[in-house]
Structure formats: structure tokens, C-alpha cells
Design a protein around this ligand. Structure first.
Ligand code: SF4
Length: 367
């Protein structure tokens, strides 16, 4: 990861939050502070504040590529409202339904198909430093009667672990959630940033989930992310250290030789990670809002992602044709089940008919 070009705060009071200092110290530790910024350990609060630009969130026109600009600017601020929401899923599609905690928006990685390109209009990576408010809201959620499994995730508006060694957020969240029964924290990532999680003593309620694709697709379309073998190594480490792990073959990409590529990727994955620690594997196809295509093509004219036949779904998102999706999901599910019969598989944001044809069953349980 490259150093941030700028760090901004929304007001001087931001430096009263411990998270702000922790972030600055970690940026110094990983040499990610903007050039000319001294180690915050050796300057006082006033000096640090003077070096930070005070800036209110701005809105940039889509043509100015706010997502790309935002990958270079870290903005620390607070949010007074609700940090948790139920996963919205998508209209008329079945969804795995869990609660999402959003404390960061934007991502240092740059996948060609990333939906943030159509969603974020602020040219900055925002982190909310009022963590105690977030933790109070999550505690309240966890305090419901512990009858059914509560699933909480953090990877909606960013990658869960891409900035985590800097923010230290997931360890604190997992630690706070560890005292509750029947709760699970899922950290979804395309990174290899897991070693800091080893400081957690209680681990079995944490599931680190990797978004996986064959090497060829990662190398061509998932820019800045950990490579296939780095993700695999990190997953094997987490599984061996008692964490739950999960894999998301999502988005599956239809391309020449897709069968061989996905078979090789799933085979290698399942040969290297302890099946007992795999909590689930999800499968989903490339899908996107129609407005993504021109933005992504402008930024990555070399991509071949948008060449196949697609159709808009009832939720407005563009997908491969149903017959093609069914074929892909059926194929990969069979490969996974042949190599790991006990591993639970499911489809993400797909309709009942596709579930039935591809997996031979309807959605049958929570997680
Ligand atoms: S890792 Fe996720 S959030 Fe980050 S750029 Fe890729 S798709 Fe977007």
C-alpha cells in the first residue's frame, strides 16, 4: 500500500478520540503517513492538529473519479447516527441476511467491478473515530435473547481488513462481541492482513471470509489486492489458529476456460485449508448497476469483464443470463462438494429457480 497523500479531520475535536491517535501511530509504524509528516509520537496534539487539514466532506462529480481520488486521502470524523443496518440484499433475490457495521467507507484496493465506483461520491476514505458509540450499538444488538445466530459483518463499504492493521478496529470489535452467545463476526477481505488478529484470545466466534477468484482473474481485475497464494496462505494460517474461515467465489466471471480455472482454484483451496474450520462457501455471479459499466470501462479500458451477454434483473442489476449463471454455479458447487462434502455452500443474491437448479435445493438455514 502507498502512503496516503493527505490526512484530514472534520474538526479539531477529532484528536480527542483515542482511535485518531492509534491510527496516526499505526500509519507511522507502517510508513503510510503523507510525506513530511513527523512521527505523531514525538509531537503534541496541537502540532498534529496543525499538520492536519480541517476539511468538511466534499462531493465530487462522477467524472472526477471520486473513488480513485478518495483512495489517497484519509478523513477522520465522527458520525452521530446509526452504524448498524441489516444487509439490504436485493429485490426479489434471496439473500443471506446479516447485520452490517459501517465504520469505514472506501477501500485502498481497486477491483474493476467494485460497486463503490457508482456509490461513493466523496473523494476520501472516511473512518469514524467514535468507536465507543459503535460498540454500544453492537452490544445492544448482541444483547437480544441468544436464541438464533446473530451474524455481523463489516465489509460493505470497504474491505474488512485492508485498513485494519492501521485502524485496529476488528480486534476491538471481536473482543467486545466475545462475551455474547450465538454471535458471529465475519470479516470479509481480499487482503492478507490477518496477523494482528492473532492477539485475540477467543476466536471461534470470528470468521475471516476471503473473496476468491482464480489467479488469472485476481491478477487482471482485482488491483492492489493480495494474490491468490497470499490469500490462501492467510486462510490456512487462520484456520490452523482456531478461527473460522469462509470463502466467497463471488463474483464468478464467465471467461474463456472458466471451468478449468475455477476447478483449479477450488481444488487448491480445499487441499490447503482444514475443512473443519470452513464455515461456509458462497457462490455468486458478476452483477452490477448499469451505470457501473461506463465508469469501469473509462478507468480500465483493457478489461474484458463486460463483453458477455447480460440482462437486467428484477432488482435493476445486470447479470449473466440465467442459464449461464445456473451452469456456472452448478459446476462450481459440484467441484466443491466432491472435494469437501461437509462444507456448506450457498448462493448470494440469487433467485429461487437458480437455487433449485444449481444447488438442487432451496435456502435451508441461517448461518
Ligand atoms: S476489495 Fe471490495 S471494496 Fe475494495 S475495491 Fe475490491 S470490490 Fe471494492
Amino acid at each position: 500500500m502507498k502512503p496516503f497523500e493527505r490526512i484530514t479531520i472534520s474538526s479539531p475535536e477529532i484528536m480527542n478520540y483515542p482511535a485518531s491517535w492509534r491510527i496516526l501511530k499505526n500509519l507511522a509504524k507502517y510508513q503510510l503517513l503523507p510525506p513530511g509528516f513527523e512521527d505523531p509520537e514525538i509531537v503534541d496534539a496541537t502540532q498534529v492538529s496543525n499538520k492536519l487539514a480541517f476539511e468538511a466532506p466534499r462531493v465530487a462529480a462522477p467524472a472526477n473519479n471520486p473513488v480513485a481520488l478518495g483512495k489517497r486521502i484519509l478523513h477522520l470524523t465522527t458520525q452521530p447516527g446509526t452504524f448498524i443496518k441489516q444487509c439490504p440484499g436485493t429485490t426479489n433475490m434471496l439473500c443471506c441476511q446479516y447485520h452490517i457495521v459501517n465504520m469505514v467507507s472506501n477501500c485502498p484496493f481497486d477491483c474493476t467491478y467494485c460497486y463503490l465506483q457508482t456509490y461513493l461520491n466523496q473523494p476520501m476514505t472516511t473512518f469514524y473515530v467514535n468507536e465507543d458509540d459503535i460498540f454500544a450499538q453492537v452490544s445492544k444488538l448482541c444483547e437480544r435473547p441468544p436464541v438464533a445466530q446473530l451474524r455481523v459483518g463489516t465489509g460493505e463499504l470497504s474491505d474488512s481488513l485492508a485498513l485494519d492493521p492501521i485502524t485496529g478496529f476488528s480486534v476491538r470489535l471481536a473482543d467486545m462481541m466475545s462475551k455474547y452467545e450465538n454471535v458471529r463476526l465475519e470479516l470479509k477481505t481480499k487482503s492478507k492482513n490477518v496477523e494482528h488478529l492473532l492477539e485475540l484470545k477467543k476466536r471461534d466466534h470470528v470468521v475471516v471470509g476471503w473473496s476468491m477468484n482464480p489467479r488469472e482473474i485476481i491478477n487482471a481485475e482485482e488491483h492492489g489486492t493480495a494474490r491468490f497464494e497470499e490469500r490462501l496462505k492467510a486462510a490456512a494460517l487462520m484456520a490452523s489458529e482456531g478461527f473460522g474461515v469462509a470463502f466467497h467465489f463471488d463474483p464468478m466471471i464467465y471467461t474463456d476456460g472458466w471451468q478449468e480455472m475455477y476447478e483449479a482454484a477450488a481444488t487448491e483451496l480445499l487441499a490447503n485449508v482444514d475443512h473443519k474450520q470452513i464455515r461456509w462457501v458462497s457462490i455468486g455471479g458478476l452483477r452490477y448497476q448499469p451505470q457501473l459499466k461506463p465508469i469501469a470501462l473509462k478507468r480500465r479500458p483493457e478489461t474484458t469483464l463486460f463483453m458477455d451477454e447480460t440482462a437486467p434483473g428484477t432488482d435493476g442489476k445486470v447479470r449473466y443470463l440465467r442459464s449461464q449463471r445456473t451452469e456456472m454455479f452448478q459446476f462450481l458447487n459440484r467441484i466443491i462438494k466432491e472435494r469437501a462434502p461437509t462444507v456448506y455452500t450457498y448462493l448470494c443474491m440469487e433467485s429461487m429457480p437458480v437455487w433449485e437448479k444449481a444447488l438442487g435445493r432451496m435456502p435451508d438455514r441461517g448461518f
